[in-house]
Design a protein around this ligand. Structure first.
Ligand code: NDP
Ligand code: GDR
Length: 359
């Protein structure tokens, strides 16, 4: 019989899921992950966690076990939870793109809102409410049109997208199950966190990939939306550590996870170019604003209104005091400058490798 703690991660092959799986394996957990079916391989971020074992020894204990399931399919979730009997569930699976949620609002609500209810109900239905602790991936997008600066655990919500509205349901249903059924079910209200594994359509990774491609001469321009948007950007690796800390806390509580520092999309762009050795300056304004290379005069960044959102979240800034005080979490382990450097340096190498792999 295993004495290992068992963790189940939904969204295991996403940015956060992959880092969290690494962390929990390192901590000696038996880790299970839920993967949805795709017509192509979608496990690039976690392959290193199971392929090595497969090659070395087919009978060796696997570090990571994957199960097909979907947040829109209760029966698959119930089966997986019943089979794995997890001590901890990290519910990270979601249609997580804010802009895309305006195009597929119903699907987003189904996966992100009702999907969370499905997990909570499955745990209850299986009589695991005393055994299983549940972490819900809540978000700073809940604050939307911000009512207070900086945002804390008590700042009122004002969601500004179908994604944020769905996540608001998930936040409250998690809290409700905690209060109604005495379950250990908690929300981590995480502000934006990025990494070299970030999805390529989120603004930071879009920028670092474009900068790398421009530097190598594979791309001419980067097209962006709202350059004035302000975000509190942290490093994903540091944030998954805090997810684990939240679930180890004696009492079930919700926490804001943020750096307490804010930067604009414009600043991120400028700095990423700088890391690649290109100085840009800004000319014009509004949709005519351009990022121009100081050395060559070449226009490298343009605004494309197609990236604007019907309702925007202009500014987000979190106050991580509670996590620092109660959990001992360090919000400034990786600075903004380090984050931009890690991502840009990675992508300068990555675009080259990808290109070589194609030819
Ligand atoms: P990603 O988009 O990188 O990963 C999301 C994961 O969810 C993917 O593995 C995806 O699978 C999976 N998924 C999506 N829909 C379904 C579904 N219907 N059934 C099963 N799996 C599904 O997100 P992140 O890792 O960045 O974020 C993790 C969680 O944290 C998300 O819930 C996100 O909303 C939330 N969050 C993220 C923040 C951030 O800044 N990164 C900040 C605050 C909250 P597939 O790979 O097949 O698409
Ligand atoms: P966000 O992240 O919406 O905050 O949600 P994203 O990186 O998509 O946008 C951040 C800000 O940048 C502006 N922006 C652009 N965004 C994208 N994607 N592409 C562009 O070209 C572009 N130009 C400007 C956006 O308008 C926005 O203001 C992320 C997701 O991970 C959510 O799942 C999570 O809940 C929140 O962070 C916290």
């Amino acid at each position: 019989m295993t004495l290992k703690k068992v963790a189940l991660i939904t969204g295991i092959n996403g940015q956060d899921g992959s880092y969290l799986a690494e962390l929990l394996i390192e901590k000696g957990y038996e880790v299970h992950g839920i993967l949805r079916r795709s017509s192509i391989f979608n496990t690039q971020r976690i392959e290193h966690l199971y392929l090595d074992d497969l090659v070395e020894d087919m009978h060796k204990e696997r570090k990571l076990q994957l199960h097909y399931g979907d947040m829109t399919d209760s029966t698959s979730l119930i089966h997986i939870i019943q089979k794995t009997q997890p001590d901890e569930i990290y519910n990270l699976a979601a249609q997580s793109h804010v802009k895309v949620s305006f195009e597929i609002p119903e699907y987003t609500a189904n996966g992100d809102a009702i999907g969370t209810l499905r997990i909570l109900e499955a745990v209850r239905m299986l009589g695991l409410e005393k055994k299983t602790r549940i972490y819900q991936a809540s978000t700073s997008e809940l604050y939307g049109k911000v009512q207070e600066i900086p945002q804390t655990e008590t700042t009122p919500f004002y969601p500004r997208s179908p994604y944020a509205v769905a996540k608001q349901y998930a936040f409250w249903i998690t809290k409700n199950y905690r209060e109604a059924y005495n379950m250990y079910a908690v929300n981590g209200i995480l502000f934006n966190h990025e990494s070299e594994r970030r999805g390529e359509t989120f603004v930071t990774r879009k920028i670092t990939l474009a900068v790398a491609n421009i530097k190598k001469g594979y791309q001419k321009k980067l097209y962006l939306g709202n350059l004035n948007s302000l975000r509190d950007w942290g490093y994903a690796k540091d944030y998954v550590e805090c997810m684990w800390m939240i679930l180890q806390h004696d009492t079930p509580e919700d926490f804001v996870i943020a750096t307490g520092e804010q930067h604009s999309v414009r600043e991120f762009t400028e700095l990423a170019f700088k890391v690649a050795g290109i100085d840009i300056e800004w000319r014009g304004e509004g949709i005519n604003e351009q990022g121009v290379c100081r050395q060559s005069g070449q226009v490298l960044v343009e605004v494309d209104p197609k990236y604007f959102r019907p309702t925007e979240v202009d500014t987000l800034l979190g106050n991580p005091a509670k996590a620092r005080e109660l959990l001992g979490w360090n919000p400034t382990k990786t600075s903004f400058e380090q984050l931009v450097k890690i991502m840009t340096t990675h992508d300068l190498d990555y675009v080259e490798r990808m290109r070589l792999a194609r030819y």
